[in-house]
Design a binder for this molecule. Structure first.
Ligand SMILES: NC(=O)c1ccc[n+]([C@@H]2O[C@H](COP(=O)([O-])OP(=O)(O)OC[C@H]3O[C@@H](n4cnc5c(N)ncnc54)[C@H](O)[C@@H]3O)[C@@H](O)[C@H]2O)c1
Length: 249
């Protein structure tokens, strides 16, 4: 018996990086998946190997309320009730980052929207069904930037720490209903976001990581799969750092 046989999982921002790795991991262990991303071609290519009956792909902008509503309605109609929600989508808008004293509200709004509010909105749509069925798993993608407070990314650190508060509050509200809510806070993970980071900064990151290497998206997928599994039924409200030992709580 695979861990997610008969389960339905929804993953945001799944065409690349961590979201793609999580979706493949859950599918490989038996889940039927609903995945959404802005990048339609990349999304279709990424999941072309999965049968249509077990994988629903939707192209769309997660910051749009109607897109999220359509995503949930279509997934429930085509696959069934959502058992696992992985709120992965997020962006630091690093290319527009900089000192807070010079920062621009338009960029804060963009970062808070995609890296915090989308998670609240999608959880608002999916959690009532989980509560009613007295079963569910929600995993939110935070970042060790929440703990480090990366200079130049105050908005991103704010959003990712906000996710931790949200995770705790929702976990408390849903704990007695058999629904767990946890967050994962990765350190440096090799995804295309890293293409935008200068090599000397990546080198500094590697040197500042006790494990001495940068993780692969599959490392994060393994942790998400554990939190999404039945084995993790007594784990809720937690934020688990997966960062090679940079932060130890
Ligand atoms: N890579 C890292 O080192 C790292 C570290 C800590 C946290 N994270 C977090 O992990 C998550 C995934 O990051 P990643 O590194 O895999 O990024 P990525 O850029 O490789 O993948 C993100 C995906 O989200 C999609 N996306 C972006 N905006 C969207 C929108 N409005 N609507 C729908 N889809 C959208 C992109 O098209 C992309 O496919 C993010 O929340 C990020 O903050 C990443």
């Amino acid at each position: 018996m695979r861990r997610f046989d008969g389960r339905i999982a929804m993953i945001t921002g799944a065409a690349n990086g961590i979201g793609a790795a999580v979706a493949h991991r859950l599918a490989a262990e038996g889940a039927r998946i609903a995945v959404i991303d802005l990048e339609e071609a990349a999304l279709l290519k990424e999941f072309s190997g999965l049968p249509k009956a077990s994988c629903l792909t939707m192209a769309g902008d997660c910051t749009q309320d109607d897109v999220l509503r359509r995503f949930v309605a279509t997934a429930e109609q085509k696959l069934g009730p959502i058992d696992i929600l992985v709120n992965n989508v997020g962006q630091s808008a690093r290319e527009r980052g900089g000192a807070f004293v010079d920062s621009d509200q338009e960029v804060w709004r963009f970062v808070l929207e995609i890296s915090l509010l989308v998670t609240l909105r999608l959880s608002r749509l999916v959690a009532p069904g989980m509560k009613a069925r007295r079963s569910g798993r929600i995993v939110n993608m935070s970042s060790d930037a929440a703990f480090a407070g990366d200079a130049g990314l105050a908005d991103y650190a704010t959003a990712k720490m906000g996710l931790i508060g949200f995770t705790r509050a929702l976990a408390r509200e849903l704990a007695a209903d058999g629904v767990t809510v946890n967050a994962v806070a990765p350190g440096a993970v090799r995804t295309r976001a890293h293409d935008r980071i200068a090599p000397e900064i990546l080198d500094r990151l590697r040197k500042g990581t006790p494990a001495g290497f940068i993780a692969e998206p599959e490392d994060v997928a393994g942790l998400v799969a554990y939190l999404a599994s039945a084995e993790a039924r007594f784990v809720t409200g937690q934020t688990i750092l997966i960062d090679g030992g940079r932060w130890m709580l």
